[in-house]
Design a protein around this ligand. Sequence first.
Ligand code: FES
Length: 293
Amino acid sequence: MRSDLRDMSRRQRTSPPGSGVALAFGFSAVSSIALTVVYGFGGQPQLEGLLLGIALGGLAVGLVRWAQDLMPGGGYVEQRDTEMGGPAQSAAAVRSFERGEQEVQRRSFLGKALAAALGALGLAALFPIRSLGSAPGTSLEVTPWAEGIRAVTIDGEPVRPEDLEIGGVLTVFPDGHLDAADAQTLLIHLPPGVYRPVASGREGWAPEDFVAFSKVCTHAGCPVGLYQPANRRLFCPCHQSIFDVLDAAAPIAGPATRPLPQLPLEIDADGFIAAGGDYSEPIGPGYWSRPRA
Ligand code: FES
């Protein structure tokens, strides 16, 4: 009975079965190609969203229609004939076989349409990779600081040792790079003789009792802006990390887990404070805790 109803339903259809599926996959493929073109010409978010919706929707509709119209419904029972079939039954069998052949050909076409829709959507999905930009390489591990680069104020003025009294702190930048957020540095004038190089090789990094540390907090990147000269501690206002300047700015409280990178200093031939090289390690939080090779 169900089989009869299904056959009747198929006969009543005006369009061949599978045409709706092909149409849906076709819409999907065309929308994906249009999405690629729109993106390639600069993009338009609303239009891209609409095209993506049509591309995905077309796939969904096509698959659902495929399941409804072309897949067997199951639950069929066919009575077995008690007599051998005559010529009429043989002819019906041939017609049935030919219908089956057409069915196979149609499914092959629909398979190709599905592949085209998926391929076009995959192509459209590949293009946004371009938006990721070029790979940063090692650019995030270095700053504009280098040996001989003078430390200057936010006004671009170079700094002499006598410009900063003992206990003073000054935010400085590498000369010519006032906009380099990764190079902002705290220049601190320590009392004579208190500097302790905590690692070998840092003995000469504090000429005339000046030390310098990255101002970028190693917890989440906030600017470490508060200095307490009485106990030589730096404070980050964001989450209250505290760094001990006399212990190479190691964290002694708060969520930061590694020291502020130290900048080696030197006094150049003209008497200005300059860098002796780049920071001791990459600045900032997280990933950058890995020391440079
Ligand atoms: S960013 Fe400095 S403590 Fe969180």
